[in-house]
Design a protein around this ligand. Structure first.
Ligand SMILES: [Zn+2]
Length: 329
């Protein structure tokens, strides 16, 4: 008899004994006690393949952003809240904005695209390193980090709250256009308060990292098989990426659209997080037309986990279709 059979048998005997002495009413409470609710989510990981590359979507958590009449610049609040209700979002006064970074195993290199919040944005986020480890990858193993733009939810995971480096062996690739805007002293002096906070945050994160930094420009590879696509508007140097291997490809949208229930469905809506709303809208339409026409797989940093799927045109905008879970790659 195998040992687990023996356990099952002795459990059955014990249960039978209990039933005899205490009666059948005891059994339901025993089965409730057998597995207490964990009240914790399982690791936020989703793995898929593009040609020879193995990709892992890594969830960092969520930020429940308070919504007011300034959240979408060019649409009344009531209309935004109607769209949130229509998409079955849990509340209409807070938008759950998830963060999902992307790990690309190209074979020779482990590349991480964006780094999560580093636990510095919301108490409900900062899980990237834990989830990465749950996927069998230590922070030390990352060779290359590619940053899409300099908003804190994309760069703060490079360092802890106490400025310790999280990925000690990685080279860090940053968009040259973004660097030039964010590090410019005249821009800092002229910046309104929120933007000033972003500019100062970027200075803190990249301080003492000069030796690890490399600057990239659009239409060139940031790593073999990963090409930067200029996608301005969200920030001046914001980039998307095309990942291609074999006959398959993927568009990493970064923040071309934030939450798809609002900004894929309604691409002309301009979120307050977009620095140049009109430019962001133009970029959105251009990239969405391309991925819809080519039926190209996309990932979106703020899309619901696993943040991966397809975009198709609809009557007055686009629709996002989440990718189906696959237990085999
Ligand atoms: Zn973002």
């Amino acid at each position: 008899m195998r040992s687990d059979d023996a356990i099952n048998l002795s459990r059955r005997v014990a249960l039978a004994g209990l039933a005899l002495t205490a009666g059948p009413l005891l059994q339901p409470s025993l089965s409730r006690a057998a597995l207490a609710p964990s009240r914790q989510q399982v690791p936020g990981l989703y793995r898929f393949r593009i040609g020879l590359f193995e990709l892992t979507a890594i969830n960092d958590g969520v930020w429940n952003v308070p919504i007011d009449d300034k959240f979408v610049r060019n649409v009344p609040l009531q209309q935004v809240q109607q769209a949130m209700a229509a998409a079955f979002l849990p509340t209409i006064d807070r938008l759950p904005l998830p963060f999902t970074a992307l790990l690309v195993n190209t074979g020779p290199q482990l590349v991480l695209i964006d780094t999560g919040t580093g636990g510095q944005i919301a108490a409900t986020a900062g899980l990237l390193e834990t989830n990465l480890r749950a996927g069998g990858v230590a922070a030390e193993a990352i060779d290359t980090i590619v940053i899409s733009h300099f908003h804190p939810d994309h760069i703060n995971g490079l360092k802890t709250k106490d400025d310790a480096l999280v990925f000690p062996n990685a080279e860090i690739l940053v968009p040259q256009a973004e660097w030039e805007f964010f590090m410019d002293e005249a821009n800092l002096r002229a910046a309104p308060e929120v933007l000033k906070g972003y500019l100062l945050n970027a200075r803190r994160i990249f301080k003492n990292l000069a030796k690890r930094l490399r600057y990239y420009v659009a239409d060139k590879e940031v790593a073999p098989g990963i090409t930067a696509v200029f996608a301005p508007g969200h920030t001046p140097g914001h980039h998307a990426f095309v990942i291609a291997s074999g006959d398959q490809s993927l568009m990493v949208l970064s923040d071309t659209a934030t939450h798809p229930a609002l900004f894929v469905r309604h691409p002309h809506w301009q979120v307050a997080l977009d620095m140049d709303g009109a430019a962001a809208e133009k970029t959105r339409n251009k990239i969405f037309d391309r991925v819809a026409a080519d039926r190209m797989l996309v990932t979106g940093y703020h899309f619901p986990f696993p943040a991966c799927g397809h975009i198709a045109t609809s009557a007055d905008g686009y629709e996002f279709y989440p990718r189906q879970w696959a237990s085999q790659l």
